[in-house]
Ligand binder design. Structure first.
Ligand SMILES: [Zn+2]
Length: 297
């Protein structure tokens, strides 16, 4: 799932390439993606893209006084194109395309004898579990999952983080990924932050020492800002999908920890898994994996 760094990179791309262009057409291939009925998506036509931003893991395409808000869910992506097909896409089937936004082409550099180019972006979603959602609203806070967001991970200072974690008895892994507590962090970057901070995913924040808090705060900032810079650098919106680089433990079960060389371990749940290094994070003790212990019974 795209998290803060990837969504930030997509917003950055739109600020560079979409702002100043007018919305010329929107193709909605999958109507179930649109979560609002009014304003109609056709109301965006003719409006200029005036900005692009992020609310937690939501992308915000500002079109004057309306916002197209997108949540990419697990397997969604935004893909920019300098050459969109002019033909309307065919709905249904295995088409991963959910919504296509056509924008006005560059006014400068228009050469005679060339057909007008269609620039813009596709919102696509791979797989069968569809979760990609889009809203058209006058105020982003009208989107319930935005209204419920906690402070953004990159806006937290150390005091605010300490206040959020004081008395917190849930596992730190759960707390970091709860968007209502801290916005922007998901399964991948919480693994990376906890590995960098040398904290167990199962640690209880209420029992953190001052050193633990320092380590967590530093890791949170360094991991997210470095990942956002990498995502912007590889121009995320021109990639076919989320390609992460530079991860140390997430998605690397069975491979050596780049810090200590121990084998990266995994805890699996019904529909997801997380990874960690026992030597770096849990004093060498593997965490219980409930799925495995159930199988053994
Ligand atoms: Zn390690």
């Amino acid at each position: 799932m795209p998290e803060l760094p990837e969504v930030e990179a997509l917003a950055h791309h739109l600020r560079e390439h979409a702002v100043g262009r007018a919305v010329t057409r929107i193709d909605v291939v999958s109507l179930s993606v649109l979560k609002t009925v009014t304003p109609a998506y056709t109301d965006l036509r003719g409006r200029e893209v005036t900005g692009a931003g992020r609310h937690g893991k939501h992308l915000d395409v500002e079109c004057g006084d309306l916002h197209l808000i997108v949540h990419l869910a697990r397997a969604g992506w935004l893909r920019w194109s300098d050459d969109l097909p002019a033909k309307p896409p065919r709905p249904g089937g295995k088409n991963p395309l959910a919504l296509r936004m056509h924008l006005s082409a560059d006014e400068s550099g228009d050469e005679p004898n060339t057909a007008p180019r269609h620039v813009g972006f596709d919102l696509t979603e791979a797989g069968t579990k569809k979760g990609l959602a889009a809203w058209i609203v006058a105020d982003p806070a009208e989107v319930p999952s935005i209204a419920a967001l906690g402070p953004d991970a990159l806006d937290l200072d150390r005091d605010r983080l300490e206040a959020l974690l004081t008395g917190e008895t849930r596992r730190i892994k759960t707390v970091l990924t709860d968007q209502k507590t801290i916005a922007g962090i998901g399964n991948a970057y919480s693994d990376e932050i906890l590995h960098t901070a040398r904290l167990s995913p199962y640690a209880t924040p209420a029992r953190f020492t001052s050193d633990d808090l320092d380590a967590l705060f530093d890791a949170l900032h360094s991991v997210l800002t470095a990942a956002a810079a990498r995502s912007v650098g590889q121009d995320a919106a021109r990639l076919k999908g989320e390609k992460r680089s530079g991860l140390r433990v997430h998605g690397r079960a069975g491979l050596p920890c780049p810090v200590c060389g121990d084998t990266v371990r995994e805890v699996s749940f019904a529909d997801k898994a997380f990874q960690y290094c026992a030597t770096c994070q849990t004093g060498g003790k593997p965490l219980a994996d409930r799925r495995l212990s159930r199988l053994v019974k």
